[in-house]
Design a protein around this ligand. Structure first.
Ligand SMILES: [Zn+2]
Length: 312
């Protein structure tokens, strides 16, 4: 699978950039010190030990976007914006450009075939690149039963709204975390009991799709942060999610962990990749103990498998 190879390629991006810079910084022969041909030998020796003037840096302009990653539904890229970028976006989403010009961007599960990556430079110039997003074959199950009729009760909606508001507010928080630059690890290993994107079609009527990946290692098993971040929500008792932890990884990317039997972190806390954040459970709406892990970039829902690769 090509995406496994594509992810580490990002790490070489910075190296590639610095290679370009160091080539550019090579001494310019036109400005390098040279002794007059007719000078006395001892004068030449003095000139040789004197510090050479700093080479004149030659600016190499990075005029285009560069990136690596999987251009597919539920996938993501990490890249470098053109020099002088003051504002950049992918489709409708504004990109969070780090000081060194790097960024994260991702493609929703239902992303269309083409999406524009654009940057406005300080010169006012617009750099635009059209990305082609490949479709995925989602696990679709056609069932000959009607979709659950009717909506939820007024009592449920009254309880649910503040929960949805809390989740929305948490996901809007910008903490400056840099976990998005890391290679993600599995929060816990175990049997995969549900893939991202799976969907049921009820007599032709599509139901909602599965928004994360389900891992079932057993009740009470600890799970960890898949990448660095800041805890933006850590509360038990959500009607559907049960014990819920949301971690902001920065760059617009965040993880949610559902159905926890125990939560060991607090809101506002900084966590490191691999740090224990909670324990697997079956709280909220769950048919058995499992960890539901979902990843979102702004409103785009992403496939966690594309971040961690197959479990081994
Ligand atoms: Zn799930």
């Amino acid at each position: 699978m090509s995406w496994i190879l594509a992810i580490p390629a990002f790490l070489s991006l910075a190296a590639l950039t610095s290679c370009v810079s160091s080539e550019a910084a090579a001494p310019d022969p036109a400005t390098a010190a040279s002794a007059p041909a007719n000078a006395a030998p001892e004068v030449v020796a003095v000139e040789e030990v004197a510090p050479a003037p700093a080479p004149t840096p030659v600016a190499v302009m990075n005029t285009r976007f560069s990136y690596s990653g999987e251009l597919t539904q539920g996938g993501y890229i990490r890249g470098l914006a053109p020099d002088g970028t003051v504002q950049a976006s992918l489709g409708e989403n504004t990109l969070d450009i780090a000081e060194d010009g790097t960024f994260f961007a991702a493609f929703d599960r239902d992303s269309g075939g083409s999406i524009a990556l654009t940057a406005t430079l300080e010169t006012g110039q617009l750099v635009r690149e059209q990305l082609t997003i490949s479709p995925r074959e989602w696990q679709i199950q056609r069932v000959n039963i009607a979709r659950r009729p009717g909506g939820s009760s007024a009592a449920f909606r009254a309880r649910r709204q503040p929960e949805l508001d809390a989740i929305w507010d948490a996901r809007q928080m910008e903490t400056g975390a840099t976990g998005w630059t890391q290679d993600f690890i599995w929060p816990v290993k175990g049997r995969i009991s549900g893939l991202f994107g799976r969907q049921r079609i009820y007599r032709g009527e599509p139901g909602g799709y599965h928004s994360g990946i389900d891992i079932a290692p057993g009740n009470g098993v600890p799970y960890v942060a898949p990448a660095d971040g800041v805890v933006v929500l850590a509360r038990s008792g959500f009607s559907l999610e049960g014990g819920l932890v949301i971690i902001d990884h920065g760059g617009g990317l965040n993880s949610a962990f559902l159905h926890s039997s125990r939560i060991v972190v607090e809101e506002g806390q900084t966590v490191r990749q691999g740090q224990h954040i909670g324990n697997v459970g079956s709280t909220g709406r769950a048919t058995g103990p499992h960890l539901h892990w979902s990843l979102k970039w702004h409103l785009a829902r992403l496939d966690p498998l594309l971040f961690v690769g197959p479990m081994n």
